[in-house]
Design a protein around this ligand. Structure first.
Ligand code: GDP
Length: 342
């Protein structure tokens, strides 16, 4: 089926809200068609019960074909140059023959439903590159839910033949913890500043990073970036050694000049070779599986309570009593828990 036919085929089914069959969708997905991949991710994000059943089947079918990629997290404060970096770095990767999927976790999406990241309009060249798939952040009620859907998306992208997965997030809030728990390599983009190089970003995030890259190392900023890189090198030298035994490099780049991209790529390749040889690469993915098992279970348990009208009504009743001063909040929580446990 060529792409035109496929668009119509999918369009017709969307119009009729007809269920996609697992076999038909999956067969097309593993042929690497971007339209089908996009449809599969929509199914994954859907809250319709029938879609959720299909999503689960899609993931289970994709799992044996997934895993053969490098998953790279990219974080940094808004304005640091993430989108521009992905545009330039993505081009280098596709020139090398890679197929690149760009996903995003936007911490604000669970509050306002909007998406500020992974936006195609901000990656103009990459978005028309046939070897690239760009997907804005998933929608969801909680950041954890959004992150879980993004993680599931990785499997579908990999089954569709994408061998580099870039996941963009903003270096504020909890989102980078989630991204860190689903990627092999975590890239922290940083700005050079005058004298305050170590102030801008939390130490915890710096400790998670597998590489620090100072962006916008061009024009007047080039020298400042080099000075900042030296300061960061000295700072991370004092951090505890990583379980991966990987020595974190500090690099500089300019996305508008396409400089420094080769060095970033070489670092990631070096990391991959080193950690595959010392066993960390596989071990890390297993640790991540455990993390997501607990995360998914926690979500299910919370949903059982907060997704049920009966318990929401009971909660409201107890809240009222707490508000009126009749019982303490601890007592109310205890009462609800006992009722819930039956
Ligand atoms: P994001 O919010 O982290 O995704 O940042 P953007 O990629 O949207 O970039 C923020 C601003 O920095 C934009 O105005 C870009 O044009 C600019 N910018 C990004 N990369 C570079 C770079 O390598 N050099 C220079 N001089 N400006 C850059």
């Amino acid at each position: 089926m060529n792409s035109d036919h496929l668009d119509k085929w999918i369009g017709r089914r969307k119009e009729r809200r007809e269920n996609f069959s697992l076999v038909s969708l999956f067969t097309l997905l593993i042929q690497g068609d971007i339209t089908v991949l996009s449809t599969c991710l929509t199914v994954l994000e859907s809250t319709r019960t029938d879609d959720q059943v299909l999503a689960k089947q899609l993931i289970e079918s994709a799992l044996p074909l997934s895993g053969n990629s490098i998953r790279i997290g990219i974080t940094g404060v808004p304005g640091v140059g993430k989108s521009t970096f992905i545009e330039s770095f993505g081009k280098l990767l596709t020139d090398q023959g890679h197929k690149v999927a760009v996903l995003a976790i936007d911490p604000s999406s669970s509050e306002n439903g909007g998406s500020i990241l992974g936006d195609k309009t901000r990656m103009t060249e990459l978005s028309v590159n046939p070897k690239v798939f760009i997907r804005p952040t998933a929608a969801g009620a909680t950041l954890g839910g959004v992150a879980r859907k993004t993680r599931e998306s990785i499997y579908l992208c990999e089954a569709a033949g994408f061998d580099v997965i870039l996941i963009e997030t903003v270096g504020v809030g909890q989102s980078e913890t989630y991204v860190h728990s689903m990627v092999d390599f975590f890239l922290l983009l940083m700005l050079s500043g005058a004298g305050d190089e170590l102030q801008g970003i939390k130490r915890g995030i710096m400790e998670m990073a597998d590489a620090l890259v100072i962006t916008k190392a061009d024009g007047d900023n080039e020298m400042k970036s080099k000075i900042a890189a030296t300061a960061y090198k000295n700072a991370i030298h004092l951090f505890p050694p990583k379980k991966s035994n990987w020595i974190v490099p500090v690099l500089t780049c300019s996305s508008i000049n396409n400089s420094g991209m080769q060095e970033v790529n070489k670092s990631i390749e070096g990391f991959s070779i080193t950690t595959k040889a010392n066993g960390w690469f596989a071990e890390h993915r297993k640790i991540q599986d455990s993390f997501w098992l607990k995360e998914t279970l926690r979500d299910k348990i919370l949903n059982e309570f907060f997704g049920d009208e009966k318990w929401l009504a009971a909660l409201e009743q107890q809240e009222k009593m707490v508000y009126e001063g009749a019982i303490s909040s601890f007592q109310a929580a205890d009462n609800l828990y006992k009722q819930f446990k039956g």
